[in-house]
Design a protein around this ligand. Structure first.
Ligand code: GLC
Ligand code: MG
Length: 425
C-alpha cells in the first residue's frame, strides 16, 4: 500500500456476493451509491478490501458483470489468496504460511468417502481450499465426522458452511478473519494500521471477520441464517457489530453512519447536484459529481437542461481542450454544446456511469491533476476509459466549483467500442 504515506482513515473489508453486490437488484443501485461515496470521500486516504469466497476466475467474472470498484487488496478463495493492487500481485508470505499442516491429497481422500458431498466446479478447487455442496440437513453431521477424520490423519483444518449450501475446507490458519488479522499485522509493522476497520458480510464464511479485535462489523439485512445464528451464540453483546436494516451495500453505508466512521451521504442520493456546494476545493468530488450528471443527462433525468448546460460551460475554461480516445481534439466549450445531441439518448437502456480509483494530486497552489477510470455500462456491455483531468481553482470560489482546463482519455484495453457511439467525456 505504497500510495498511502500514513494510516488509512478507514479500511473497509467487504464480502462480495449478497454483501457488496446485491444479486436481487438488477439496477445495482446500492452498489453504485457506495461507489460514488467511496470515490468522492474515501478513496484517496482509505483502503478498500474485497474478501470473497470466489476463486480468481469467478471473481474476475463478477467484475465484468457488475459495476464494481477496484479494491486495493483482494482476498479470494475464503481467505486463502491475498493479492495487491490492479495487477493482483500475490502475497507469497501468506501462501507459505498456509502450507503448515495441510495436505490437499489427504483432504481429497477423506472427502471422497462422503456421498453427501458434491464437488464444486474445478475453478473453485484451489491450492488451500477444497469446496463442496452439501444439503442443510446433512451439513452439521458431515462437518463433525469429516473434521474428526482429518484430525486423525494429522491435518489441522477449518471447515466452513456458507449460504446454506457451500462447504469449504481450508488450513486452520486460513479464512477471511485470519487473512484480515494478517493484513492488520502487516499494516501495523509498516506504521499504517487503519484508524478504523469495518468488516461487512452476509454468510458463514464472514463470521470470523467479526472476531478480529477493534473491528467494527456489519451483517447486512439479508444475512444468512448461519451467520445470524453464529452472532446469537457468540457476539450478541458486542456493540461493535450490527445487523443492518438495509440490504447489501446500503447496509454498509448505514454502518458507516451508525459507527460514525466518516461521511455517509452518497452523491447519488443528492437530487439536485448543482445545489450541493462545498466550502473547500475537492477535485475527487467534482469528478464524481460530473459523471453523475452525465449519467442523468443521458438517462433524461436532468430537470433544467438549459440552466445545467450554461452552468457547465461556466466551469469549463474557454481555452480548455478535450482529447478523445481516438486522438481527436475539441475545445471543451464545443463539447458542452454537443452534449445537447445526447440528452436522453440512453433513456430506458439500463445505462450507468461510475468512476473508479479517482486519485487527485495537487501540482501547484491552484491546480490538480485527477486520474481515474470512467466506466459506462449499457445493459450488459461495459466500456472503460482511463481519464486524466486538469482542474484549477484560479479566480473561483469553492462554492462555484473548480474550473475544468483539460480532459484526456484512452480506452481501457479490451473495452474499445466497435461503433463510434461514444460522445464526450
Ligand atoms: C464462493 C466460492 C465457493 C465457496 C463459497 C462459500 O461461492 O465460489 O467455492 O464455497 O463462496 O465460501
Ligand atoms: Mg456473501
Amino acid at each position: 500500500m505504497d500510495r498511502l504515506t500514513s494510516s488509512p482513515r478507514l479500511m473497509i473489508v467487504s464480502d462480495l456476493d449478497h454483501t457488496m453486490v446485491d444479486h436481487h437488484d438488477p439496477e445495482n443501485l446500492s452498489l453504485l451509491r457506495f461507489n460514488a461515496l467511496w470515490e468522492a470521500k474515501y478513496r484517496h486516504d482509505s483502503l478498500l478490501v474485497f474478501s470473497t469466497g470466489r476463486s480468481p476466475t469467478l471473481y474476475k467474472q463478477l467484475r465484468k458483470e457488475k459495476p464494481m470498484l477496484t479494491p486495493d487488496i483482494t482476498i479470494m478463495s475464503v481467505g486463502t489468496e491475498i493479492t495487491y493492487g490492479n495487477d493482483m500481485v500475490p502475497d507469497e508470505g501468506w501462501i507459505e504460511f498456509l502450507n503448515q499442516k495441510w495436505d490437499k491429497k489427504i483432504v481429497s481422500e477423506e472427502t471422497s468417502k462422503f456421498p453427501e458431498l458434491t464437488m464444486q466446479s474445478e475453478t473453485e478447487q484451489r491450492e488451500h481450499k477444497a469446496s463442496f455442496y452439501v444439503k442443510k440437513e446433512k451439513a452439521h453431521e458431515v462437518m463433525k465426522t469429516l473434521s474428526e477424520r482429518l484430525v486423525s490423519r494429522g491435518l489441522d483444518v477449518k471447515i466452513i458452511y456458507s449460504g446454506g449450501m457451500d462447504l469449504d475446507i481450508l488450513p486452520q490458519g486460513a479464512g477471511k478473519g485470519k487473512a484480515l488479522a494478517y493484513l492488520h499485522k502487516k499494516l501495523k509493522a509498516a506504521g499504517k494500521l487503519p484508524q478504523n476497520t469495518l468488516a461487512c458480510g452476509d454468510s458463514g464464511n464472514d463470521a470470523e471477520l467479526f472476531t478480529i479485535p477493534d473491528v467494527h462489523g456489519v451483517m447486512v439485512k439479508n444475512a444468512q441464517e448461519e451467520l445470524l445464528q453464529w452472532y446469537a451464540e457468540n457476539a450478541k453483546n458486542n456493540p461493535k457489530i450490527i445487523h443492518a436494516t438495509e440490504r447489501c451495500a446500503a447496509g454498509i453505508i448505514e454502518a458507516i453512519g451508525y459507527f460514525k466512521l466518516g461521511p455517509n451521504v452518497s452523491s447519488r442520493d443528492v437530487t439536485d447536484l448543482s445545489d450541493s456546494k462545498l466550502d473547500h476545493f475537492d477535485p475527487a468530488y467534482e469528478v464524481v459529481k460530473f459523471y453523475l450528471f452525465f449519467e442523468r443527462w443521458r438517462r433524461a433525468e436532468v430537470d433544467n437542461p438549459e440552466v445545467y448546460l450554461s452552468n457547465l460551460k461556466s466551469v469549463c475554461s474557454p481555452s480548455g481542450v478535450y482529447v478523445h480516445p481516438s486522438g481527436v481534439e475539441q475545445s471543451l466549450h464545443e463539447c458542452v454544446d454537443k452534449l445537447k445531441e445526447c440528452c436522453g439518448d440512453k433513456k430506458d437502456k439500463q445505462y450507468r456511469v461510475w468512476v473508479d480509483q479517482v486519485f487527485p494530486s495537487q501540482i501547484d497552489s491552484d491546480t490538480w491533476i485527477v486520474k481515474f477510470k470512467k466506466w459506462e455500462q449499457t445493459g450488459e456491455e461495459q466500456q472503460g476509459c482511463l481519464t486524466t483531468v486538469v482542474v484549477s481553482s484560479k479566480d473561483v470560489k469553492p462554492t462555484e466549483g473548480l474550473t475544468w482546463v483539460h480532459v484526456h482519455q484512452t480506452w481501457i484495453n479490451g473495452t474499445t467500442p466497435n461503433t463510434r457511439n461514444d460522445w464526450f467525456f
